[in-house]
Design a protein around this ligand. Structure first.
Ligand code: DGP
Length: 116
């Protein structure tokens, strides 16, 4: 299930290049083009889902796979023990700008809370 006009679907298909750091049957992950931390990786499902609000009950395993990917990426990046953030924005008010769900994996520096 892909959307031809979706940037992240085009990264999944290989039409748009990305620095891919992780791939599984359900998900891929690549470095953010505008990194906000020394490690800033986006984990996305291969399946097009616009926002968290569009998730269905059958997507539970898929969402779990995004967090397992984040765990693997954090270990590979050497940020697992120091700490990192895995966060998903939903809709414009929370800062979502690409409407294909993605988990931001951020680490390699101190991260304050709450976010702005
Ligand atoms: P959000 O604002 O939560 O929707 O995050 C979208 C992120 O996507 C943002 O941090 C920048 C990143 N991004 C936008 N366009 C591209 C792109 O073409 N390639 C890559 N690698 N990242 C992108």
């Amino acid at each position: 299930m892909t959307e031809p006009d979706c940037l992240f679907c085009r990264i999944v298909s290989g039409d748009v290049p990305a620095d891919v750091v992780y791939e599984s049957d359900e998900a891929i992950a690549f470095r953010d083009i505008n990194p906000q931390a020394p490690t800033h990786v986006l984990v996305i499902p291969r399946k097009h889902i616009a926002t968290i609000n569009d998730l269905e009950d059958g997507d539970a395993g898929l969402v779990g796979s995004l967090y397992l990917a984040a765990k693997a990426i954090a270990a590979a990046e050497g940020i697992a023990d120091a700490g990192y953030r895995a966060v998903m924005n939903c809709n414009e008010g929370a800062g979502q700008s690409v409407f294909h769900i993605h988990l931001h994996v951020l680490g390699g520096r101190a991260l304050s809370w709450p976010p702005g």
